[in-house]
Design a protein around this ligand. Structure first.
Ligand code: RFL
Ligand code: PHB
Length: 403
């Protein structure tokens, strides 16, 4: 049986795993990544588009920012349109100079993959049957199947960056784990197309027909989303049907300018708020979607993954460079504080901007909940203080330092 050795075993080569691998390598900490699918498959997933400054800085620190710095778009603001009435959220003015960057998760992943390959770091793609062993002991390990052979990877720490459906979280015994979950009664149907985007900034649209988002990837590539019932499947939506529905949800002036074209990709993502506590168990850490999921409305998912990576990099650097192994106990509390802020913000924006229709929401009846949320949105959009509350959370809260 082939055996391998490293300081940190990372499960999952999504953006969390790849970014962590780069940052640890910069600190001289060795790491091996195990990924269930092929690199090509990972790059086929179309997901996030908006990066907070914290993530932009980490990409620079990781030495993988060259293309992002050239091609990423700085966005000073975005719009919220309520039944066609638009409010501009000027992030720069409302936050004292902060902005976000529009650059796709696919590109982030591609850049990190290229940096890892260039540094000749070990990644096992299409590794199956990954199993975490002895995570509570001083000699944890991971076994996996690769090209027909069983491998054993010995390490000091294991980091679960394997997303919501991964194996790492489930290694924490059920009696130790608390999971918080809210499943929303709708999903987002996303469409990617090589058409000029309808606007320079994102437009989040609340309408009686449901939520829509006009986003973008570049001056020639658009990304749009529609709120759809969970019972819908992608096959129910021809490109024409998508464009027709989008026009009805966008403000009239935007609908009139919308350039349509064939889809490059179409997929439906269910909306979920989910947190697993704690995020550390013995020598195992959970990072990103493995520990928490947010609905995409606040653009927080990948950004929360990045703040987990930042915290864990600081912790492992202290463990190895300052010989302070006890500091790993700080990880869960620091990461979870920021995660819950992101969870609350995404839930809040999602609740205000979607149409819940006949679906049960809480102990409050639907009609009343809808009114509460509409009124809440109106209140925040009507005054500068309210806009500041939205803007400061959208650009992202600061990262917490270790103590
Ligand atoms: P990922 O990206 O799911 O990667 C996990 C990786 O682990 C692998 N894996 C395994 N590997 C080995 N063994 C196993 N047993 C394994 N099980 C799984 C998987 O194959 C995969 O490669 O998690 P990660 O790295 O934590 O990254 C999280 C982000 O992907 C996610 O939070 C964001 O995409 C969320 N998100 C957004 N976040 C933002 O910050 N801004 C946005 O604008 C934004 N928009 C979005 C989004 C997510 C969306 N979808 C589809 C859910 C828009 C959408 C539509
Ligand atoms: C995206 O462009 O995919 C995107 C942007 C903002 C969001 C969610 C998704 O809130």
């Amino acid at each position: 049986m082939p055996t391998l050795n490293t300081q940190v075993a990372i499960i999952g080569a999504g953006p969390s795993g790849l970014l962590l691998g780069q940052l640890l390598t910069k600190q001289g900490i060795s790491n091996i990544i195990l990924e269930r699918v092929s690199g090509e498959y990972v790059l086929g997933r179309i997901r996030a588009g908006i990066l907070e400054q914290g993530l932009v800085d980490l990409m620079r620190e990781a030495g993988a920012s060259e293309r992002m710095d050239k091609e990423g778009e700085a966005h000073d603001g975005f719009e919220i349109a309520v039944n066609g009435k638009r409010t501009h959220i000027n992030l720069q003015e409302l936050t004292g100079g902060k902005t976000v960057m529009c650059y796709g998760q696919t590109e982030i992943t591609r850049d990190l993959m290229a940096a890892r390959e260039k540094a000749r770091l070990q990644t096992y793609y299409e590794a199956s049957d990954v199993e975490l062993q002895n995570v509570k002991s001083d000699s944890p390990s991971v076994s996996f199947q690769y090209q027909g052979e069983t491998y054993q990877l010995a390490c000091d720490y294991i980091v679960g960056c394997d997303g919501y459906h991964g194996v790492s979280r489930k290694t924490i015994p059920e009696h130790v784990r608390t999971e918080f979950e809210r499943v929303y009664p709708f999903g987002w149907l996303g469409l990617l197309s090589d058409t000029p985007p309808v606007a320079e900034e994102l437009i989040y649209c609340k309408s009686e027909r449901g939520f829509a988002l006009a986003s973008r990837r570049s001056t020639t590539r658009s990304r749009y989303y529609l709120q759809v019932p969970l019972t819908d499947s992608v096959e129910d939506w021809s490109d024409d049907a998508f464009w027709d529905e989008l026009k009805m949800r966008l403000p009239n002036e935007s609908a009139a300018k919308l350039v349509t074209g064939p889809s490059l990709e179409k997929s439906i993502a269910p909306l979920r708020s989910f947190v697993c506590e704690p995020m550390q168990y013995g020598k195992l850490f959970l990072v990103g979607d493995a520990a928490h999921i947010v609905p995409p409305t606040g653009a927080k998912g990948l950004n929360l993954a990045a703040s987990d990576v930042a915290t864990l990099t600081k912790i492992l650097t202290r463990v190895y460079c300052d010989n302070d192994p006890a500091c790993i106990e700080q990880y869960s509390a620091i990461a979870l504080r920021r995660v819950w802020h992101g969870e609350r913000f995404s839930w809040w924006l999602s609740s205000m901007l979607h149409n819940f229709g006949e679906t049960a929401v809480s102990e409050i009846d639907n009609k009343t909940f809808e009114r509460f949320m509409s009124s809440e949105l109106e209140y925040y959009l009507a005054n500068e203080e309210g806009l500041k509350v939205i803007a400061n959370q959208y650009v992202g809260l600061p990262y917490e330092e270790l103590y």
